[in-house]
Structures are given as structure tokens and as C-alpha cells.
Design a protein around this ligand. Sequence first.
Ligand SMILES: [Mg+2]
Length: 402
Amino acid sequence: MKVKWLLVDLNSFFASCEQQDDPTLRGRPIAVVPMFAENTSVLAASYEAKKFGIKTGTKVFEARKLCPDIKFVCTGHKKYVQYHHKIIEAVNKVCPVHKVLSIDEMVCQLLGREQELENALEIGRKVKQIILDDVGICLTSSVGLGANITIAKIASDLQKPDGLVAIPQEQLVEKIGHLDINIISGVGPNMKNRLNQKGFFKINDLLKVSESQLQNAWGSIVGLRLAKEIRGEDFSRPENKSASFSHEHVLPPDLRSRQGAYQIIQKLVFKGCSRLRDDKRKAQALGLSIRYMDQTKFEVSIQFTESDDSFYLMREVEKAYRKVTLKKPIKVGIVLSGLTEPGVEQFSFFDNQKSHKLNQVMDLINDKHGANSIVSAAHLDVVDEAKARISFSHIPDLKRDY
Ligand SMILES: [Mg+2]
């Protein structure tokens, strides 16, 4: 029996980091919160707190009712990112990390004899152990093994905390056939509803129909792909570098004006360009979007000759910004696309040597002294805004975001 993918999911990640840092928090119910307020929601609960029914999203006052002894800890974003990088480093020693799925999840591809069930399980045990040894005793994880990432993810969810579960294709029916289709990550409430209406309730229901029936039932490429993955197909291709960089930011109330939005956009453009230069890539288009209070949206795509120059792109954005309407903006975003291959330092005829130097100096100072040590004067008053917000799907970059 064989499995091709190994997925590592850290248990109660934020809470575990806190318990690792402060031994007095170990073995007791704790919850990580974004701020100390009764009406805020828990970001992560330790396993001791989960026993009381407290989980991500539980309100602080409810958590206190469920468990009067609970200790609240205010979140330390930078800390979690540091742990995240340490974990990757540790896992890499056992098996190279193929792809990072979120701040507390990563996958490794198993090759050759590693795919044999016994060997794969042994690698899983080693991965779990090296995280405990190298990063910290509180950082327990659940490892899942399967024919593809979707199945490996289901496997990792089957045993928490501190799990190790393999679902080779031959044991699929026995191990997960009886489970509800919503254990597939990617099947949200809407898709679940639609599938229920068509008679799909359990994983088994997906396995016993023909492919054309599947195709009719899902009605979307993504959905059909998920269904085929449950049957063991592997669509993963070698990771290539992302095709675009995007940054967005919800405007705080005092910046919900035409000028405020512009300042944040400038900040995002500078951030995006610094990322381009780090990767030695250039962009050929910039998408700008502004969402307004009334739910309408302004969107424009600006094309240009390949560039990584913050000042050049800002001049282009400035031109486009003249068309922006005078409504109350609440969110802005940029997408840099048409990216050139990474790592090739090209000299472009269109490079402006003066701003090239200026960009270099800015990067150098920000590298050495931390992000935002030097910024363009126009967004001086918003340097604290548009710092990356931590989330499970986006891992902030230590150098640029803090
Ligand atoms: Mg997790």
C-alpha cells in the first residue's frame, strides 16, 4: 500500500506557541484573543480549553462562563510567524516541505520507497518528533498521509491532537466512506447543500457513481476536481512561483476618504514592489481596486513595460487615480501581475537609474533596520496601517510586514 503526500497540521497552533513561551500556561485552559474585551472572539483555544467547548470564534464572555478558570492571552503575531518558520526548518530536515498551505499547515511530497506505507508512517513519526525536539515540546501536530493533498488533509483531521493517520486508497471506504462530505476541505455549506440535494451525503456516495454523474452533480471545475481527488487522483503539479502578488487593506475609519485611500494604496504599491525586487522579478500590470461603503467597486488595470520601480508604478497609479470617484472607500487592494521569471537580474532599457538607486537604498535600510524604517514621505502617517494582518491563509513576511 502506498501514500504520496504527507500533511502536517499543528494542533491549536497559536495557543501552543503561547504555552511554549510561558510554562505557567501549560496544561491549563487558555485562549488567544486579539484584544482584552468581553465581546471579542477567541482566535485559538488550547486543548485544555477545548474540553470545555471553547473554540475559535467563541466570545470571551461565553468562554468565561464555560470555564471560569480560563486564562486569556493577547495575540503575538510576530511570534507565530517566527514559530512557523522554525517549524518549516525542522520539517525540512526530515522531508522537504513542498508547499505551505497556511501558517500551521504544510505538505511534503513522498518519493520512491518513501511512499510505501510503513516508510511513510515512519517519516510521519519523525516529522512530529523533530518539531517537538527542535521547536518545542508544546508544538504537537497531526500528520495525515494520503494519495493527494485533499486526502492527506482529511487524514490529519481524523486524529487530534497529536495524530498520525494514513489513508491509503485501499482503505478509503473503510476509513472515511461513512463520513459526511463536509469533511472535505473545500466543501463549504453551499456546496454541501447542493450536493445533498443531488443525493450525496457521505464520502461513499461520491465513490459509487460514474464520472459523468459526478460531473453533472458538481457543476464546477473545482468541485469536480475535489470529487476526483477523493477517488485518489492527484492533480498536484510541481510548485511554480506565484503568477501574481496581491495586497489589500481594509481602511480604518479615519482613512475612509479619497486621500486616505490613496495613502494606503501607495503603501501597498511600495510593499509589492519591494517584494518584486526581493524575488528579482518584474511586473507588467497593476490592478487597482477600491471598494466603497455602498458595496460598489472601482477597478482598473494599468499596463506598463516590465518594472519593479516603486516610484514609476506610483506615477502610473496617480494617473489612474484621477478617475476615482468621490465616494467613501472602505477597502483598497493591488495586484501585480504579468510577473517575469524570478531570479534573473535583468537590465531593462526602461529602468530609471535614479529611482533604481533610490529603491535599492530603501530596500537596504528597511532590510537592515526593519520594515518602514524608511518610507516615502507621502505615507509617513500611515506606516502603522497596512501591516499584514495574520490569518490562516496568509503568512506575513517577517522582513516586510513587521
Ligand atoms: Mg491546526
